[in-house]
Design a protein around this ligand. Structure first.
Ligand code: XMP
Length: 519
């Protein structure tokens, strides 16, 4: 099967290149810029030696001190290589050409004119619009290279080696606003690299099931289930591979939505998974008593979660020979931790609750079968495995659950109020056929009381905020425009049916400047 390795030099579009390649039914993987030839060879799954390499764009300038530079011997791997933008500049520099900064820089959409025949541009018009996003440009081509397209200012827009193995594009073929971008990539992948486009998720499942069986042998695997898409699909897959050698733990922290824990458990039972349900609501709520600081809440929940999981796992480990911990890590999680390593990591906006500390603590090997898949591919695999739609189509839900949506002190009573309101919001969105169109929608209970009037009486109750956002990766989000008549029904129902609330407001902030969750 074909495999294209994409080397990430820090461009915001790297993931998009990976997507485009996958859309052409070719397996792709992104590796960080400092990857060595040996590491490339080690990283590719068996039977997936690369058919070609793509070097992404990046924010640096190749002439700057400390700029990202990939290992030069990668160019000697005897694979076709496509350098995009910064990738082209690296290619030019390493092969003996030169790059200059600044002058005549072209950003945004600009026309290019083809100069000579190129396999990348076969059947394309003489001139078309492309997207540029870099100030540097190749000034002198390396020996045994020729230019194949120019911009209107005479900047080299595309070059290639005379033996048609190394290609550079100053523009981004992966973005939607580059005309014929997909065709250019297609020519590189199929005509130059010789890919056949036979990657599909059904094959992926068969191959993955075989690999899991081989890896695990007769040992046992444990898995923490959250009710979310990724851990559920990972468990369904591993269950198909090794059946009863998989033991799952579902830690119920008492911070799920209305009836959610039971629904999730029912779905797991339907899949035939062996799930150990730990009802730890009392423990979690006890420790959260009186805590109002968001970061403290998150820390308490994260630590407690690991403790409870660990204790439950210990019981299983004395009964069986557990060697593996299954995690539903998916590709964007992996890529986010790649990229540039020489810059300080970004600031902690919120400490995310996950089981990251577990493998070292438990001395288990990590099994991450979904680590090269994108979210929609994980959903598709879930459908192939028969995971119910209620789980596969679930909106993302934060690990600390309603704790970060119940602002101020968390009490059973306030959680019940929030749950009742949230259920109404969900019900009305579903009735209006909106629920599935929205990335995330939820209620936030505010520790603020306002005066109201109901019947003849004065009320003094808490405020509830409605939040709905549109997003594709949760990195940025726009507030979702729910029609006013739907909001009206939601607001009326909540004030009438939920005792603790007498006022409903709507959050109309995007991310940035706000985050999706309120805490
Ligand atoms: P924010 O609020 O930072 O959230 O814009 C981005 C996305 O992450 C989800 N989220 C979490 N997910 N553990 C998780 O697994 C967490 O602690 C956590 N906190 C926020 C949030 O719902 C949104 O989808």
């Amino acid at each position: 099967m074909d495999n294209i390795v994409i080397i990430d030099c820090g461009s915001q579009f790297t993931q998009l290149i990976a997507r485009r390649v996958r859309e052409m039914k070719i397996h792709s993987m992104v590796l960080p810029w400092d990857v060595s030839v040996e590491r490339i060879r080690e990283s590719v799954p068996p039977g997936l030696m690369p058919s070609g390499l793509i070097i992404s764009g990046g924010p640096d300038s190749v002439n700057d001190e400390g700029a990202i530079a990939i290992h030069e011997d990668i160019f000697d791997m005897d694979l076709p290589i496509l350098g995009v933008c910064y990738g082209m500049q690296l290619l030019a520099k390493f092969r003996g050409g030169s790059v200059i900064s600044g002058e005549n820089s072209e950003y945004g959409t600009t026309p290019i004119r083809r100069e000579r025949q190129s396999r990348l541009f076969a059947d394309l018009p003489e001139s078309f619009e492309v997207v540029m996003s870099h100030g540097d440009r190749v000034e002198r081509l390396p020996p045994k290279f020729h230019a194949t397209a120019f911009t209107k200012h005479g900047v080299t827009a595309a070059m290639e080696s005379d033996d048609e193995r190394l290609f550079g594009l100053q523009f981004h073929p992966e973005v939607a606003h580059t005309q014929h971008g997909s065709e250019i990539l297609r020519h590189f992948l199929f005509d130059v690299c010789g890919c056949s486009g036979d990657w599909n998720l059904g094959n992926w499942v068969t191959r993955s099931v075989g690999e899991i069986r081989e890896q695990v042998g007769d040992r046992y695997v444990i898995c923490g289930l959250s009710g979310g898409v990724d851990s559920s699909v990972a468990a369904a897959l591993v269950h198909r591979a090794i059946g009863p050698q998989l033991e799952c733990i579902f830690v119920d922290h008492g911070l799920m939505r209305l009836n959610e824990a039971q629904q999730v458990l029912d779905s797991y039972a339907g899949l035939g998974l062996s799930v150990h349900h730990v009802d730890a609501a009392g423990l979690f709520l006890g420790r959260l008593k009186g805590v109002t600081d968001p970061e403290k809440k998150r820390k308490i929940i994260g630590e407690l979660f690991i403790r409870v999981f660990d204790e439950e796992a210990k019981k299983l480990r004395t009964a069986t020979s557990v060697d593996w911990l299954l995690q539903g890590t998916i590709y964007p999680d992996v890529i986010e931790s790649g990229g540039r390593k020489d810059k300080k990591g970004s600031v902690v906006i919120k400490s995310h609750h996950n089981v990251g500390g577990l493998p070292e603590r438990m001395k288990l090997k990590l099994l991450e079968p979904l680590r090269d898949l994108f979210k929609d591919e994980v959903r598709e695999i879930g459908r192939i495995m028969g995971v119910p739609d209620a789980i596969v189509d679930r909106q993302p839900f934060p690990g600390p659950g309603l704790a970060v949506r119940c602002l101020g002190e968390i009490t059973r009573e306030r959680l019940d109020t929030l749950r009742a309101a949230d259920a109404i919001f969900r019900e009305e969105l579903a009735r209006a056929n909106l629920y599935e169109k929205i990335w995330q929608s939820f209620c936030v209970l505010l520790p603020v009381r306002t005066v109201g009037v109901m019947g003849d009486g004065r009320t003094y109750r808490e405020v509830l905020a409605l939040r709905a956002v549109d997003s594709s990766d949760a990195m940025t989000a726009d507030w979702f425009r729910i029609p006013a008549d739907v909001i009206d029904v939601v607001s009326k129902r909540i004030c009438n049916e939920v005792r603790g609330i007498n006022r409903v407001v709507m959050d109309v902030t995007s991310k940035p400047p706000a985050t999706i969750e309120w805490e």
